[in-house]
Design a protein around this ligand. Sequence first.
Ligand code: ADP
Ligand code: MG
Length: 386
Amino acid sequence: MILPLGPEKLAARFESVFGAAPDGVWQAPGRVNLIGEHTDYNEGFVLPFAIDRTARVAVRVRPDAALRMLSTFGNQGLTRADADALDPSTARGWTKYPLGVVWALQQRGLAVPGLDLLLDSDVPRGAGLSSSHAIECAVISALNELMSAGLGAEDMVLATQRAENDFVGAPTGIMDQSASLRGTAGSAVFLDCRDQGVRLVPFDAAGAGLVLLVIDTKVSHSHADSGYASRRASCELGAELLGVRALRDIAPADLPEAAGFLDPVTFRRVRHVVTENERVLQTVELLDAAGPRAIGPLLNASHASMRDDFEISCAELDLAVDAARSGGAIGARMTGGGFGGSAIALAPMESERQVRAAVENAFFRAGHAAPDIFSMRPAAGAMRLA
Ligand code: ADP
Ligand code: MG
């Protein structure tokens, strides 16, 4: 477990590195996606929440165009760049995330000053909890205020997407930063990826006597990138053959007819997206009407759909999900892009230990590396700390 530096300690560390106090300290969280997988780029629905693991940045505006950045993580030393000479070919290392935000703001016509920046984060890296967007959202929150740029949440969502897509080079959607910027304690963020429509939906697992566990399998299969790209391509093909702008426009009742237009593989890809969108809507309805205990079967159905129709699960994720359920979870599913990464499990508090033990034992017996298991609950979105 990484212990986060509080804002005072971070500011003190900043001062010892850069020789002056920061102008302020901002933080932004990672996120967990409760349900709605591979629906974002199909202009559909997702239901993530901001977590109580955050990236924090201490930032000072400089009188020149120099960008100097340091992370408390690893021994990577100070990175230097020039705010007037950024382009995507210069992106490397962790600084591509803050630099991508600077670049994306420049693409909007904003003059970004030079900066000193110190990053500290306790969002686990590469675990499907979006440590990258936590950094970007903390940085854009800081710059928005320091530059008096007046960006609203929607603008910041699009700018961080631009940073990831066109500077970092990761084809991500708008889910992660929407959760990080707009999340609140006790709520999940019901997001319509077509128009950025947002509604906060109460998700108080603890109040319902439940825990939400994130099981990081710590595996990342080598075909994750190509698998993601080919699933996206299948969805685009399906939408084109069905004559709609995006799969969002296909309803479950249209599926029998759609089967006649599509080859069997494309049909199954389409069926996942269409039914997953429906499951997000049902989850929201159930959370509103009955609370978190009611959503277990939808989590289970989501996993089955990703395993069988979208074919993005893997042995470790299936094992995590099955073992969590055998240990007493009322619902479990893989979360994130697939081919590795994390699963989530919703379990009664009194079963938490059995669920953890069931997963750990199953991984041990199968010869897999021990997974990391975190308990997560909805927490506040991006904010200024000092
Ligand atoms: P995810 O967003 O799912 O965690 P990514 O691959 O998108 O996975 O982002 C992980 C990357 O973010 C790391 O490889 C690293 O470059 C960067 N990163 C995350 N946290 C930190 C940190 N505390 N210090 C430096 N870099 C970090
Ligand atoms: Mg990421």
